[in-house]
Design a binder for this molecule. Sequence first.
Ligand code: SF4
Length: 123
Amino acid sequence: MEKKTLVCIACPLGCKMEIQVLSSLEEETKYLVSGNKCPRGESYGIKELTKPTRMVTSTVKIKNAHLKRLPVRTSEAIPKGKIFECMKLLEEIEVEAPIKVGEVIIKNLLGLDVDIITTRSML
Ligand code: SF4
């Protein structure tokens, strides 16, 4: 069976892991994860193999503020395959000061049930 290696990013230890598909039946696929020092590594490894996601942090344009760009992030991790589309959308939008930290500037981003929120206030 094919083996994949990856580094767990669930904590700063960064365990180097190997993941092997043991059996793949219609209802369930079984995996063997090794090299992880705790159970979080196993769930991270399987998720990374089957449905990889990432938090997105970026900036958007802002009007009437002392800076030209406002830092933002996704409220939760989004599928890796949607990151490019998300970044394109963030490049197109512009908000206006004043704005507070934690404000939602895009609700239900790309229909993913995830919001884009501000990570600082700008007056
Ligand atoms: S497997 Fe556990 S200990 Fe190792 S990096 Fe992941 S979270 Fe940290």
